[in-house]
Design a protein around this ligand. Structure first.
Ligand code: PA5
Length: 445
């Protein structure tokens, strides 16, 4: 199981500051359980891991097998909660150079529909020429501009390249059960489709088909992933005592640090494979907590890489930050520090040591330096980058996010602020129905 180390953060707080939040944390946990909290129509994620059926997993796996058989490349079209989780898991579990050095045993998984860049789309279309590609179109609303644009382009290209009949077999929709453009198109064209449950918001949807289908397509074991999440669901239940409950400890600690003026949480990893996990976590916490003029700002760094860019700020900048490090106990491969006859860099003293042991000393040295610099340090240790551990990590962060947001006093399950840019964009583009906003916004330019 993953573990949580908090002593190097609590040392920055008055004694008992975390324990003082136990009552609020348990109340938040209970409110999640009995559905009495704000946003209670979006609690479908809470018992998702323990309620996913073998039949559902088998259906997803069968669809993934078909796509894997018929496609050398699969494009996952989606934005925000409709792609970040899948990407985070695929990159954490995969080979860093898979897409460059693909040996054909797995399809190349690409992501689109998460920006409006003409260059990105043109270059993607160019790459897909002559490739046997399929599309997983993921959009709960079915009207998200970024995703809808990519799907229009890719669907046409897929039909042109592979023929309408094959395209119908290699395009899969993951969307609302009844509503939206993606649902209508899927039903009309006869695409295989999966439902995003009404009661699961985008950023909590990685354990629905939104995440599970792309992850299965990439060749990873979704049963083990879900099992890991279910194990964490059990370990973080409200009846588990506060002192032993990782989720409650993390949620209480974050709130105690925030109350003590630590307004920014930096999620750090020492494994580049976790870069997209940072991105998923930023959305989860940013969209859940950043409202009503409140909320910890979720930032993230990849270390040691960013010690050579953000390291100075973390060590010495404004002391409003704390750091949460995801530490992976066991590397997947073994590489030894090599000998160099000239030893001009003076590093022969490391000769024969595993690179991961050097990385671990970098991690420890960084932790101590940052503590000396006044940065509280939380450490989440995961045994290795495998499906079971990643499943645990996902559920740990999801549940802690729900609890944390409720203790903060916000509705962690809505995102009203996300609509503002869309309204302006549609007004500027002159979308029918936006005439009044169009006039008003143009007057401001
Ligand atoms: O978390 C969320 O709800 C958002 O990030 C959505 O997932 C994102 O905006 C995409 O929405 P949709 O799935 O409707 O295209």
């Amino acid at each position: 199981m993953i573990t949580l180390e908090t002593a190097k953060a609590t040392q920055f707080l008055p004694a008992g500051a975390v324990e003082a939040l136990e009552g609020q944390v348990k109340t938040a946990q209970q409110a999640l359980e009995d559905g009495s909290c704000p946003g209670n129509d979006y609690l479908g994620w809470l018992h998702l891991p323990s309620s996913i059926t073998q039949e559902h997993l088998a259906d997803l796996q069968a669809c993934a097998n078909t796509l894997r058989e018929l496609c050398d490349t699969i494009v996952v079209a989606g934005i925000g909660g409709s792609y970040l989780g899948a990407r985070a898991v695929i990159e954490a579990l995969g080979n860093t150079f898979e897409w460059l050095a693909n040996d054909g045993s797995n399809p190349v998984i690409l992501f689109a529909g998460n920006n409006i860049s003409e260059d990105y789309l043109a270059e993607l279309q160019d790459y897909l020429k002559n490739r046997k590609f399929g599309i997983i179109n993921i959009s709960k609303s079915g009207t998200t501009t970024e995703t809808a644009l990519a799907f229009r382009l890719l669907r046409k290209q897929c039909e042109d390249q592979r023929g309408i009949e094959t395209a119908r077999k290699v395009i899969v929709a993951i969307t609302d059960a009844k509503r939206g453009a993606a649902r209508i198109t899927a039903d009309k064209e006869g695409y295989k489709s999966f439902i995003i449950p009404d009661n699961v918001g985008g950023r909590f949807s990685v354990l629905t088909p939104v995440g599970l289908l792309p992850i299965a397509c990439a060749g990873f074991d979704i049963t083990k992933l879900v099992q890991g999440a279910a194990d964490m669901e059990r370990a973080s239940a409200p009846e588990v005592p506060f002192a032993d409950n990782l989720v409650e400890q993390y949620a209480a600690l974050r709130n105690a640090l925030y109350q003590a003026g630590k307004k920014i949480e930096i999620l750090a990893n020492f494994q580049p494979k976790l870069h997209s996990m940072n991105e998923w976590w930023k959305q989860l916490y940013g969209e859940s907590e950043g409202k009503n003029g409140k909320g910890i700002f979720p930032a993230a760094v990849d270390l040691t890489t960013d010690l050579h860019s953000m390291g100075q700020w973390i060590q010495d900048g404004e002391r409003t930050i704390f750091e949460t490090v995801i530490s992976v106990a066991e590397a997947r491969h073994t590489v030894l520090f090599p000998h160099d006859e000239e030893n001009l860099d003076g590093l022969n003293f490391l000769e024969g040591r595993r690179v991961d042991s050097v990385n671990k000393m970098a991690e420890l040295g960084t932790q101590l330096a940052h503590i000396d610099g006044g940065v509280p340090n939380v450490r989440i240790v995961i045994p290795r980058l495998d499906e079971h551990a990643i499943g645990q990590l996902i559920y740990f962060f999801e549940r802690a996010c729900g609890v944390s947001g409720l203790v903060l006093g916000v509705n962690p399950f809505d995102q009203p602020g996300v609509e503002d840019y869309k309204r302006n964009m549609f007004a500027l583009l002159g979308k029918p129905g936006y005439e009044a906003q169009s006039e008003a916004i143009k007057a401001r330019l």
